[in-house]
Design a binder for this molecule. Structure first.
Ligand code: ACO
Length: 332
């Protein structure tokens, strides 16, 4: 039997309308456009406004558009995986809610929580399930309403994050395109540097936890930066070496967009020129699980069948990894 691989056959994203600029943040906390731009590369980010709207609403919009764009009936979908760090609720899975909102009735669905590496973990899991031969049409959604866990009085975190969702359709192919290889890793000892203090089983929500602002992101930025800059570059170089790829062989790097300095360091270590790196952090900030699909969608029209693409991420956990895949279609 021919080797079955998982190929991306469509992509669609949703970004909220509201644009939160550095200028507006200057009025909210003691910061400056100059500091944010030089330290992070972010100029603006999108925020989901509106009572009762959550991650699933953005995810469902991305999925509905994806089904339309790929001419796929919701009934054909076998599985939907949602990568999110900001689920609608602790349970049920946001993936279940997205499926319901998008009219997907014949699938099972579940969430994957790996902070900023969640989209890669989910892509890997979905690809392996497709390779098993059992599933034919699988959707992976990366979606986060980061504004729901950001303290807008904390200048060290509120400038970094934004809201968005992206969705891809994966299907089997016997051609040598699509998913090729991955290296995924995690190290729970990094949890101390980046976490949400309360609301879990160790420290359930109480008046005290709300008063102490423990339902917002806690991050020791410098410590996380040190790990991120090393691990994301290491794993990206490692996947190239493992697959015998030189910088000339790589058409695109799709890096998680947490900080422009981390992206630049990764590209440098891989020997890639800047024109091969997808970067849109300036417009969206760190949208956690949505950064990689946001890039793929923005560059979709420039991609060609067979292009060698490396996606790389680092996030809370710590989690990190890289996936090597070949683009499956000429978009134009
Ligand atoms: N405006 C102005 N000054 C600021 C701001 C701000 N928004 N934020 C911090 N500062 C100040 C600090 O208070 C500090 O002042 P001090 O020297 O008087 O104490 C100074 O700037 C330097 O602060 P650092 O934290 O050392 O700044 P750094 O250069 O490390 O940049 C940043 C901070 C952007 C957070 C960086 O550390 C970073 O990108 N870290 C990694 C983030 C990441 O990759 N996270 C993982 C993914 S997220 C996830 O998984 C959910």
């Amino acid at each position: 039997m021919a080797n079955v691989r998982a190929a991306i056959t469509g992509i669609n994203v949703f970004t909220p309308d509201y644009v939160l600029t550095n200028k507006e943040l200057e009025k909210m906390v003691d910061t400056s456009d100059e500091w944010i731009m030089t330290r992070t590369g972010i100029r603006e980010r999108r925020i989901l406004k509106g009572e009762g709207l959550g991650t699933s609403d953005m995810g469902a919009e991305a999925v509905k558009g994806l089904l339309k764009k790929t001419n796929t009936s919701p009934d054909e979908i076998d599985l939907l995986i949602c990568a999110t760090a900001t689920p609608d609720m602790k349970f049920p899975a946001t993936a279940n809610i997205i499926s319901d909102k998008a009219g997907i009735k014949n699938a099972y669905s579940f969430d994957i929580m790996a902070a900023c590496s969640g989209f890669l973990y989910s892509f890997d899991t979905a690809s392996k399930l497709i390779e098993s031969g059992r599933y034919k049409k699988v959707i992976v959604v990366g979606a986060d309403k980061m504004s729901s866990i950001v303290d807008y009085t904390d200048r060290t975190t509120c400038v970094l994050f934004g809201d968005a969702a992206g969705a891809i359709l994966l299907e089997p192919t016997t051609e040598n395109i699509g998913y090729q290889d991955s290296i995924l890793q995690s190290d729970g000892s990094g949890a101390q540097f980046l976490h949400l203090k309360a609301g879990g089983s160790v420290k359930p929500a109480s008046h005290e936890t709300v008063d102490a602002k423990e339902h917002f992101i806690y991050q020791e930025g410098q410590a996380v930066f040190k790990f991120a800059v090393t691990k994301m570059a290491d794993v990206s170089v490692a996947i190239m070496e493992k697959n015998g790829l030189t910088a000339d062989d790589v058409a695109w790097l799709v890096p998680h967009q947490a900080n422009l300095r981390i992206i630049d360091a990764t590209a440098r270590r891989m020997g890639l020129s800047k024109d091969k790196v997808m970067i849109n952090i300036e417009k969206y900030g760190n949208t956690t699980n949505a950064t990689i699909p946001l890039c793929l969608a923005e560059w979709e029209n420039q991609l060609h069948k067979g292009d060698n693409i490396i996606m790389a991420a680092f996030g809370g956990g710590f989690t990190w990894g890289a996936i090597y895949f070949k683009w499956a279609y000429d978009s134009k």
